[in-house]
Design a protein around this ligand. Structure first.
Ligand SMILES: [Zn+2]
Length: 253
């Protein structure tokens, strides 16, 4: 006889166990905690809205349920890779050194389209007499206040002044490069497919004119968080990996 009960076995028997990072966790001890941890089922704009995450990016058929916030942050990473990123930020917080070598994103596809015109094709700016780049201080392109290296990141009119400010702030004479605001790592400037490629982060998502230079993958992990919320959330995720319940309140909204 066909066993219907068996055929519709509960999802828990069909799905792989949830990785710990998939927040908020259910099954916490107190009823209050259980309520805090519950996913939002009605408001798609909520950070805690129920999302389906591909455990391995791009690989269909293996989904877990998690909140929209973590799904956004995890982006093109596997669950394991995302955990490694959380731990790397924890090491950075504790030691001041970001363990760059631990980051190995095998599914990373967030390539940045290189500028169409590239370096050296910007129209001449005012102040052509300047011979040192306004950002790095090296010799500028004739007719420009920037050098070849810096000006490619200023191409286009979009938030150009804010980009200039962010680049100037990120420039390190000692390391001869641009430093990621959130990891302290010297950024990649040529390979647009590299997770460490230089990107401009809106310190407050959606708010123009306030940019920070950061690694592309960090920018993606920061997702919809502000510059102030981001370290708090990364820290809460690191504590959660150690078994602490995730406190939604740390976002401060
Ligand atoms: Zn320069």
């Amino acid at each position: 006889m066909y066993n219907l009960r068996k055929a519709i076995s509960p999802p828990s028997q069909l799905l792989p166990p949830l990785p710990q990072i998939h927040l908020p966790q259910t099954g916490a001890q107190s009823p209050r905690r259980r309520d805090e941890a519950r996913l939002d089922e009605s408001n798609p704009r909520s950070r805690w809205y129920l999302n389906f995450d591909h455990v391995i990016p791009g690989k269909k058929g293996n989904l877990v349920v998690c909140c929209a916030l973590v799904n956004d942050m995890k982006s093109d990473m596997t669950a394991d890779e995302f955990v490694t990123v959380i731990r790397a930020f924890d090491v950075h917080k504790k030691t001041g050194v970001f363990p760059k070598e631990s980051i190995d994103l095998r599914h990373w596809v967030r390539m940045v389209r290189p500028s169409k015109l590239g370096a050296g094709r910007l129209p001449a700016e005012k102040g052509t007499a300047v011979t040192n780049c306004g950002i790095c201080g090296k010799r500028s392109v004739p007719g420009s206040v920037y050098c070849v290296r810096c000006r490619k990141f200023l191409f286009g009119k979009y938030e150009r002044q804010a980009r200039f400010k962010a680049l100037k702030q990120a420039w390190s004479e000692g390391q001869d490069g641009f430093i990621c605001r959130y990891t302290g790592i010297r950024l990649e400037e040529s390979d647009t497919k590299d997770p460490w490629y230089l990107s401009f982060d809106h310190r407050i998502p959606g708010k123009k004119g306030d940019l920070a230079v950061s690694a592309r993958f960090v920018n993606t992990v920061k997702a919809t968080l502000t510059a102030e919320q981001f370290p708090r959330v990364m820290d809460a995720l690191a504590r959660h990996l150690e078994g602490a319940p995730f406190d939604k309140g740390i976002i401060g909204e």
